[in-house]
Design a protein. Structure first.
Length: 248
């Protein structure tokens, strides 16, 4: 992974399962990594664990679903770190339920946190990237944005929307040294997936040709590649990492 030494990376929801692996990967490549968080106690535990493992991550509190929160977070990060070179829009939630049972609150929460957030956060850093004529925006979408998922009209819509955003912004910024890409993980062995009822989860695993859940590190490796100089010709792409569960 060339060209990452000294770059500043912001990972939204970096204290979670996939987010943690992304933070570690980018730090190992020489980036200064900052993560957003919402839960103070969980973030402090994470920070202590990461510090013990030898990582010096920045933490900034931010509800990515709130534009005002993101604006304040952006001002703080830009002032403290001199801008963000690599933005990983990773924060996401699920509130699963079949459409007939889904409430407006379930719909709004997932669309706000998973999709509005991409606007709210990217808005704070794109001018800085344009000013430096270099930048990477990496949006963590999902297999379920590509194929849809029973019980996830909200999540599937938000994740498909993320990739629409990716393609449009990629076109607007390609000439300015910025790449914008989506990664669509399949089912990865994180708390989010372990929260699915065991019987349902086992049915899902049975549909994965490689026969197992993915590992967070397998997603982080892709982030590292896209962020590096080696990934400079890839923009507007949606890269799947799903063990063969969905091929397109
Ligand atoms: N396809 C077709 N029918 C299905 C089905 C499927 N995949 N899954 C369930 N059904 C059927 C059941 O057989 C049942 O049928 P009957 O009524 O005829 O018996 C019916 O649907 C159940 O409907 P309910 O509304 O009662 O559903 P429920 O409340 O029991 O469960 C659910 C709904 C909670 C959404 C459950 O289906 C579920 O957990 N699904 C998995 C959702 C999922 O994959 N979430 C991913 C979370 S992780 C993530 O999102 C990360 C990522 O990016 C991959």
């Amino acid at each position: 992974m060339s060209g990452l030494n000294g770059k500043v990376a912001l990972v939204t929801g970096g204290t979670g399962g996939i987010g943690s692996a992304i933070c570690v990967k980018l730090a190992q490549a020489g980036c200064k990594v900052v993560s957003t968080y919402v839960d103070e106690a969980q973030a402090n535990d994470w920070k202590a664990k990461m510090t013990a493992a030898g990582y010096d991550f920045g933490l900034v509190k931010c509800d990515v679903g709130s534009f005002d929160d993101c604006k304040a977070m952006g001002e703080k990060v830009n002032a403290e770190y001199g801008g963000v070179d690599i933005l990983v829009n990773n924060a996401g939630i699920t509130k699963d339920g079949t459409f007939r049972k889904m409430s407006g609150d379930q719909w709004n929460a997932v669309l706000t946190v998973n999709l509005d957030s991409v606007f709210n956060v990217t808005k704070q850093f794109i001018d800085g990237m344009l000013g430096k004529s270099w930048g990477r925006v990496i949006n963590i979408s999902s297999i379920n944005g590509q194929k849809g998922q029973f019980g996830q009209t909200n999540y599937s819509a938000a994740k498909a929307g993320m990739h629409g955003f990716t393609m449009a912004l990629a076109q607007e910024t390609a000439k300015k040294g910025i790449t914008v890409n989506s990664i669509s993980p399949g089912y990865i062995g994180t708390e989010m997936v372990m929260a699915i009822a065991e019987e349902v989860r086992n049915q899902i695993i049975a549909q994965i040709p490689v026969g197992r859940l993915g590992k967070p590190e397998e997603i982080a490796a892709l982030v590292g590649f896209l962020a590096s100089e080696d990934g400079a010709f890839i923009t507007g792409a949606n890269i799947a990492a799903n063990g063969g569960q969905h091929m397109c």
